[in-house]
Design a binder for this molecule. Structure first.
Ligand SMILES: NC(=O)c1ccc[n+]([C@@H]2O[C@H](COP(=O)([O-])OP(=O)(O)OC[C@H]3O[C@@H](n4cnc5c(N)ncnc54)[C@H](O)[C@@H]3O)[C@@H](O)[C@H]2O)c1
Length: 432
């Protein structure tokens, strides 16, 4: 295990040092692995549930891949993921696919730099806050990227990601987003129907992500070595780390609304939300319910609701209403306005998590580039703007949200105290 010895620093210092470090790094040209079966070195940053899954999918996608380095802010996480992936992919009598040794497992806030230095393709799967700085370092260093959603927690982060996406495009680097429904066969077929006019013109949309929530955080002695450790281990409950749950989770639904609107952003957003059941201090500073309305230039509205309440009705569904019919996106069906099913996708949906990686590695081998930077940034901003409207209680324009100067980065990344803003109060919390 390699524990990063570099000291922690602020996001701005990080970005500066990442950019400086990239000066001496040879940028890979997209064609380097095209058409060949030569080794593609994969590095994993953020070795939690999703990161371990993404590592698995990257190794399954292409027989010429090897996992050469892993990084997590926590030593126990990187060790656990390394152990799990080694067990899955290093079989007796076969060529090992996880070639990272214990020395190539890095821990700490700067660990990502070591991984980026040692691979061709980086999988970014930490908590959302860190995505902008990790993505910038990866593309500056000329690496192809798989980038989990959401890609930021604030507007400066989204603007940074848009710039990173531009850099990736300039360097012909692949940038594949973890907004996985865009890679699902059934969803692709359904949106194809919408594009081909099966429901006429879109009139309105409704998306719901109403579930019981995620893990219940407890302050165990091991987690209380510092407030920063508590927050990172329970990142979901802190707006600076997750963006709030409408950003972390509801983004999947909002992305489908954006997809239906041909990736055009809305013009205004207004909404409400609050904290009805998760009121204890251990739940950090996020809300437990949101109701947000997005309005597009042509008058189309998306009604988006999400909540984390236990023992209540659960619903995860997306509907798109058109002049000729209604799409139930999750069920891949179209009904006319009399309720008759006029189209249904019956094929296999496929494993969307695997398809993302199959297409990423397929593109690298074919010397092609996929760049999902535009929609992954806009969908992240859709979610953030909904949070901003609910926290402040104001109707906001898309432009104001995109230009927001609110930066949720803490003053430093240190294993010490980290005070966070109080839970937002609509009408009092200001838009920044
Ligand atoms: N596409 C999907 O369907 C899907 C599903 C689950 C999660 N996700 C996304 O994947 C990301 C991770 O979620 P998860 O469920 O795996 O969470 P997790 O807590 O299991 O894993 C996150 C890991 O990142 C590590 N980490 C945090 N900050 C870091 C840093 N600065 N450097 C290195 N490592 C750091 C954490 O210690 C943790 O091990 C989130 O953005 C989440 O929204 C996407």
């Amino acid at each position: 295990m390699n524990t990063s010895s570099e000291s922690s620093s602020s996001r701005r210092t990080f970005l500066g040092s990442a950019a400086a470090a990239a000066v001496g790094t040879r940028a890979l040209s997209a064609g380097v692995h095209a058409g060949g079966s030569d080794l593609l070195k994969v590095g994993l940053v953020g070795v939690g549930g999703r990161g371990t899954g993404a590592g698995q999918q990257a190794l399954n996608a292409d027989p010429g891949t090897e996992l050469v380095a892993l990084a997590d802010v926590f030593e126990d996480a990187v060790e656990r993921g390394h152990r799990q992936l080694s067990r899955m992919f290093n079989k007796d009598g076969q060529k090992p696919r996880v070639t990272a040794t214990a020395d190539q497992c890095y821990a700490g806030f700067d660990a990502y730099k070591r991984v980026i230095d040692s691979c061709d393709v980086v999988l970014l799967a930490t908590t959302p806050h860190f995505r902008p700085q990790h993505l910038r370092a990866a593309v500056e260093a000329g690496k192809h990227v798989f980038c989990e959603k959401p890609v930021a927690v604030d507007a400066p982060g989204v603007r940074s990601v848009l710039e990173s996406s531009r850099i990736a495009e300039e360097k012909n680097l692949n940038l594949v987003s973890g907004l996985c429904w865009r890679y699902h066969h059934g969803k692709r077929a359904t949106f194809e129907q919408i594009k081909n006019g099966a429901i006429g013109d879109i009139v309105s949309m409704q998306c719901s992500y109403m579930t019981g929530g995620v893990w219940d955080p407890r302050r165990t002695p091991e987690q209380c070595s510092s407030e920063m450790e508590y927050q990172l281990r329970n990142w979901y409950y802190y707006t600076w780390l997750s963006g709030d749950f409408n950003v972390e989770q509801h983004i999947h639904s909002l992305d489908k609304m954006l997809w239906a609107m041909n990736d055009e952003a809305p013009v205004t957003v207004s909404g409400s939300g609050g904290r009805q059941v998760r009121t204890d201090e251990r739940y950090g500073n996020i809300y437990d319910h949101f109701n947000v309305v997005y309005t597009w230039k042509n008058g189309v509205k998306a009604f988006a609701r999400c909540r984390h309440w236990q023992n209540c009705e659960n619903e995860v569904d997306d509907y798109i209403v058109g002049t000729k019919g209604v799409v139930n996106v999750m069920r891949h069906t179209i009904t006319d306005h009399s309720g008759n099913v006029v189209w249904k996708f019956d094929g296999p949906g496929g494993d969307m998590y695997q398809i993302e990686h199959d297409e990423l590695f397929g593109a690298i081998r074919a010397g092609k580039t996929i760049n999902n930077g535009d929609y992954m940034s806009k969908s992240t901003m859709l979610a953030i703007s909904g949070r901003m409207a609910a926290y402040t209680g104001q109707r906001l324009t898309w432009e104001a949200c995109m230009n927001s100067e609110e930066d949720l980065t803490p003053s430093s990344y240190e294993w010490s105290d980290n005070s966070v803003p109080a839970v937002a109060v609509p009408g009092k919390t200001k838009f920044i």
